[in-house]
Design a protein around this ligand. Structure first.
Ligand code: ACM
Length: 521
């Protein structure tokens, strides 16, 4: 049968009329964001597109007593891009509000929160300001990524509707910055603090002293900083924090609900101190300055009383400017300290930390010294059997997990990565995400794990751009391992959520690695 041209045209047009709406609904644009897209994945999230909330020039932030600091922080996040006034008030009195409420909810602990987004308002409830702060990090991800812009964007601002109930799997989610191999100025540390806080990281470990440089003012040994601080890897310029600058960094971190853990690495990794003060050497002669990246050659003089005067002075001054509970005493790679000396040193130094009111944390080698149950060994090896770490866990210590082959942010992504090292592994985004801290070390299960930390060693890292390139996108993965229930762990779902974070990083000016494993926006 031959159809006339008119009939054919009519058929085509009517088919198109049927097909058009069908194809338009068959592939709806995936929403940019929703409560199920949050990183780290929440404990539970139920999206409700009918209950989106519109931010307007009339929106207020209603804060309970005790929530004022978080309310001011939230206002500071939302004002640059919206340009709205968003006043912080005690009661909304009929105005559309984001309400920050403090309550008593046994389900969510000290850092959990409940977030309800409805058409008539947003309510964030927690037991503590820490919980509200973590809830705010989820709330900001429910707004368009343009909310991260530093200047006013003329557009509508919709908070994706639904509810979230959330709390962390582990108490400790950390990042470490090595400011010894290369020095980073206070503003660079604060920038990193802001970048990690958005993924609910709650500790920042500062590696303040190593062979190549000493970075913290110690008033009783002033040349540690003024002389020992001059150097850095490859002869690059050094630097140090005055105690006032350190306290300012600690206070800034606290305003982001992050606790600083200062590290003085000893009895090895001490060349900067021993090249500065001759009396820290057994032969009374200062060793030469070193700015290469060898490890394991330096050792404090274990038999000398001056060594313990030095340690006590440093510990006392550092404890006095550190409000957090921990001092990190290093203890790794002490290859030039005989094992018996290492034990003797640890058994003298750990009580000094306790004397100044602090708990000991240190690299997992300290587990060999029978530390008290209050001590937290930080595991940095590749997993499997480690008898002393398992024994410390059995005695009651919690273990912080930083396996070098998964969590070290200084490892290259692949052989072509222009920065970083490869001695532990090449760590693509998936490798950095696909591991479980509770099944890494024999004898260290869920209840013996303190949490996770992503260290960034800086032998090859010199700028904030460099820090960002190594930390993003891997740091959010480590943060998610530390925060999210194991049941949410799923690479395919994670890579989709992670991709949606990238416009936020672009708006924040973060220099991230565009891994081929992720379909970036
Ligand atoms: C370490 O990587 N030496 C802790």
């Amino acid at each position: 049968m031959r159809l006339s041209r008119a009939v054919l045209t009519a058929v085509v047009v009517s088919l198109a009329a049927v097909a058009m709406p069908a194809s338009a609904t068959a592939a709806p644009a995936a929403p940019e964001r929703g409560v199920t897209d949050v990183v780290p994945a929440p404990v539970s999230a139920k999206a409700d597109p009918k209950s989106d909330f519109r931010l307007t020039p009339f929106t207020v932030i209603a804060a309970d007593r005790g929530a004022g600091q978080v309310a001011d922080y939230l206002r500071g996040l939302l004002r640059p891009a919206t340009g709205y006034p968003l006043p912080v008030v005690p009661h909304a009195v009929g105005l559309p509000a984001i309400s920050l409420r403090l309550g008593h909810d046994a389900r969510i602990g000290t850092e959990g929160y409940e977030l309800k987004v409805a058409r008539d308002g947003v309510t964030l409830t927690a037991n503590t300001a820490d919980g509200l702060f973590e809830g705010v990090q989820s709330l900001r991800q429910l707004l368009p990524s343009a909310i991260e812009a530093k200047r006013v964007q003329h557009r509508t601002w919709t908070v994706a509707g639904g509810t979230i109930l959330d709390y962390p799997r582990f108490a400790d989610r950390g990042a470490m910055l090595d400011v010894a191999r290369h020095f980073f100025k206070p503003d660079q540390v604060k920038l990193y603090i802001d970048q990690i806080a958005q993924y609910k990281v709650n500790t920042l470990h500062l590696h303040l002293a190593d062979d190549q440089g000493w970075r913290i003012e110690i008033k009783s040994w002033p040349k540690l900083a003024t002389v020992g601080g001059l150097t850095a890897v490859d002869g690059d310029p050094g630097g140090y924090y005055t105690q006032a600058q350190y306290k300012d960094i600690v206070a800034y971190a606290a305003s982001r609900h992050i606790t600083v853990i200062p590290e003085i690495d000893m009895p090895g990794h001490t060349n900067a101190a021993q090249s500065t003060y001759a009396e820290l050497n057994c032969d009374g002669k200062a060793v030469p300055v070193r700015t290469d990246t060898e490890v394991g050659y330096s050792s404090l003089c274990i038999s000398s009383p001056i060594t313990y005067k030095f340690v006590e002075d440093v510990v006392r001054e550092l404890a006095a400017i550190t409000p957090g509970p921990f001092l990190h005493i290093g203890g790794d790679e002490a290859h030039s300290t005989p094992p018996a000396d290492y034990l003797a040193f640890e058994q003298k130094v750990q009580p000094i930390v306790a004397k100044y009111g602090k708990r000991v944390t240190g690299w997992h080698e300290i587990a060999k010294s029978n530390p008290p149950a209050s001590a937290v060994p930080q595991y940095w090896d590749f997993g499997g059997d480690n008898a002393s770490v398992a024994a410390a866990a059995a005695r009651g210590s919690k273990i912080l997990m930083s396996p070098a082959n998964y969590a070290y942010l200084d490892m290259k992504y692949d052989p072509s990565t222009p920065l970083g090292q490869d001695w532990a592994a090449l760590i693509e985004v998936r490798n950095g995400y696909d591991w479980d801290p509770a099944s890494l070390v024999t004898g260290v299960g869920e209840n013996q794990v303190a949490g996770v930390e992503a260290p960034l060693w800086t032998e090859t890292i010199r700028t904030s751009d460099d820090i960002e390139y190594m930390a993003f996108p891997r740091l959010p993965g480590i943060a998610e391992i530390g925060w999210s229930p194991r049941a949410t762990h799923n690479w395919d779902a994670y890579r989709t959520r992670l991709a949606k974070q990238s416009p936020r990083w672009t708006a924040q000016g973060i220099n991230f690695y565009r891994s081929p494993q992720v379909d970036w926006r």
